[in-house]
Unconditional design. Structure first.
Length: 396
């Protein structure tokens, strides 16, 4: 398995799909030229391009953060030692029906709340990943990016044993990255990035157990096209042509398309039922407290609630995370969500590259605040995965 020597692409030039800036730029670099002219195409029809140079700009939307190389990534994983890759087998349930049964409905030795909260959510997450592997048969482990209890002396975050189940499905399956992370007694998180062959939303599903024994749950279906969501006003409206010019119509169209395809009545009912299933829950992460990177990556369906660590709340969170994956799997199987070959795929790739960098930046700040700069970076890198995967996914 060929290891990528560079961990994150930095495409610095804006293009006709420069989603994070309002004014098109004209300093188009060679990497973008290759993308738009269909040269140097690799697996999945995408150009294998990299530009590792970071870009600093007073406007965060135009900045590209620096990120660790693969070698640095491996050192962060295993301290000063350059560890060897660990092969991880796909855990397959004894029968498809067992995987199809929601973990929240299966019997468990854990009661759910209290000290068992993260263990219960991790078991639910593992069952969900197995369910995905049955539906998407090309989904395969990425051993070089998987953290297991058998790695050297074990990988720890904040003194707690930590594991990451890393997978992808290159080619038509189009899952560029899937990571199920667990910091024992502290965090259970799943990140899914889709490849550019589809416009199906990325997913972020995280539950944190904080030092006050409160559960902090976040769920987001992240749009694949820029809709200026961070510019939403307090009254729920967005800037119009008087503020953004003709671009406002483009952003409005992107928002309408997302709402029609993914934020429909079924989704709204799911979100409403999820919120009502929580006990004593309050919103904890809103636009007033979010970082610039978080605002740029949050979707319109984003939810974040903090609540007491009770059995009911743990089970409600597990059920919500499982149902979110059901939505995602249905969208992935829907041919209407596939891009046409050519320019739409290349445009999606360019947007996704910038989006992933912002998502990594947001995660880095959050985890560094929680676990300190060193452990925070280690976990953010591990969960975000190899963002230099320039095409559909895989190929490492």
């Amino acid at each position: 398995m060929l290891l990528r020597s560079v961990f994150i692409i930095a495409i610095t030039a804006a293009t006709t799909v420069d989603a994070f800036t309002f004014v098109p730029q004209h300093n188009v670099k060679q990497t973008t030229w290759i993308l738009l002219n269909n040269e140097g195409l690799g697996a999945g029809g995408m150009a294998d391009t990299r530009n590792p140079d970071p870009v600093e700009n007073e406007d965060a939307r135009k900045s590209i953060s620096a990120a660790p190389s693969f070698e640095e990534y491996m050192k962060m994983r295993q301290g000063s030692e350059q560890g060897s890759a660990t092969t991880t087998a796909v855990t397959t349930p004894s029968s498809p029906s067992a995987a199809a049964t929601p973990m929240s409905q299966q019997s468990s030795s854990s009661s759910g709340g209290g000290a068992d909260a993260i263990a219960t959510l991790d078991a639910s997450q593992a069952a969900t990943i197995n369910k995905i592997s049955l539906e998407i048969i090309d989904l395969a482990p990425k051993p070089d990016f998987t953290w297991t209890a058998a790695d050297a002396d074990g990988i720890t975050i904040n003194g707690c044993a930590t594991t990451i189940d890393a997978r992808d499905a290159a080619g038509p399956a189009n899952v560029a990255w899937l990571a199920g992370a667990c910091v024992s007694t502290k965090l259970s998180s799943m990140t899914i990035y889709n490849g550019p062959l589809t416009d199906v939303p990325h997913i972020l599903s995280t539950c944190i157990l904080d030092d006050n024994n409160q559960l902090k749950f976040k769920l987001d279906f992240r749009p694949r096209c820029y809709g200026a969501y961070e510019l939403k006003k307090a009254d729920g409206t967005y800037p119009g042509p008087d503020e953004l010019g003709r671009k406002s119509f483009e952003y409005s169209s992107a928002r309408n398309e997302f709402d029609n395809k993914f934020g429909n009545d079924d989704m709204k009912t799911f979100l409403s039922n999820t919120i009502s299933s929580f006990t004593d829950a309050v919103t904890y992460d809103d636009s007033a407290s979010a970082t610039e990177e978080e605002l740029l990556t949050h979707g319109p369906l984003y939810m974040s609630y903090t609540m007491p660590n009770t059995d009911n709340n743990v089970q409600a969170i597990a059920a919500a995370r499982e149902k979110a994956i059901d939505f995602w799997l249905d969208w992935m199987k829907d041919g209407n969500n596939s891009h046409r070959p050519g320019a739409p795929i290349n445009s999606q790739h360019v947007y996704d590259t910038k989006f992933k960098l912002n998502a990594y930046g947001a995660l880095l700040k959050e985890y560094s605040n929680m676990y300190g700069s060193e452990d925070g970076q280690k976990l953010a890198v591990g969960e975000s995965g190899p963002l230099d995967e320039a095409y559909v996914g895989g190929g490492s």
